[in-house]
Design a protein around this ligand. Sequence first.
Ligand code: NAP
Length: 243
Amino acid sequence: MWKTAWITGAGTGIGRAVALELAKSGVRVAVSGRSADKLEQLAAEHANIEAFPLDVTDRAKTAMVAEAIEARFGPLDLVVFGAGNYKPVTAADFVAADFDNLMDVNYRGVINGLAAMLPRMRARHAGHIAWIASVAGYRGLPKAAAYGPTKAALINLAECLQPELSRDGVTVSIINPGFVKTPLTAQNDFPMPFLMEAQEAGRLTVKGLKARKFEIAYPWQFVTILKIMRMLPYALYLKIIRR
Ligand SMILES: NC(=O)c1ccc[n+]([C@@H]2O[C@H](COP(=O)([O-])OP(=O)(O)OC[C@H]3O[C@@H](n4cnc5c(N)ncnc54)[C@H](OP(=O)(O)O)[C@@H]3O)[C@@H](O)[C@H]2O)c1
């Protein structure tokens, strides 16, 4: 299927699990994130994995890394932009810089990746490009005022680009996980329904990508509940969420 892939946010969590799953199925995988040590540890786990450290908020460096990976691997068949941060915020601790930080990494980080990869894939009329949003992007949720809008923007972005890119021969997927046990969710001080292991998230992500699904969302129980909630009128939705 794919010979080459690039995963950002691959040093830990879901990105790491996706990288390993792909490497084990024979794909040559370039992994990026800021912590070179975590990437090297991951690369040591499988011969198909190579580290390309990167801060995705650096647009010029993102373009250089994309160039460097393709120079080494040949054309990238699959990219998964998964680099992301999370910080719970409430109206009482509203700090504008927290909102900027999450938008810079979660949203603009994906934009920088797309700016680097879309011209290449469009010119080749080939390639699969995916990015990780979240079920938190479906509707507003408590404590997610800084995080949720970045993920809603990513879902909307995928809907905007998919029709045009499919005509150009480029596949688009949006990945919407529920709660997954990773360093990102370790800071949550509330019960996380249907919490799943990162390895399972990696397996389901790769399965969905192989099936070329537009939306890859899991776990299905939580996704179903939230999709029903998405259809509720505001009066009812806000009443439930307040509780
Ligand atoms: N866990 C969940 O329940 C859940 C649910 C829905 C969506 N998601 C999304 O899934 C993605 C992966 O999250 P995760 O749960 O696997 O968390 P994670 O283990 O914390 O992984 C996030 C990765 O992003 C990297 N990263 C952060 N800022 C970066 C930057 N500026 N440039 C490059 N890499 C950066 C981090 O590595 P460095 O710090 O080394 O850079 C880290 O390895 C995120 O987009 C997250 O929003 C997670």
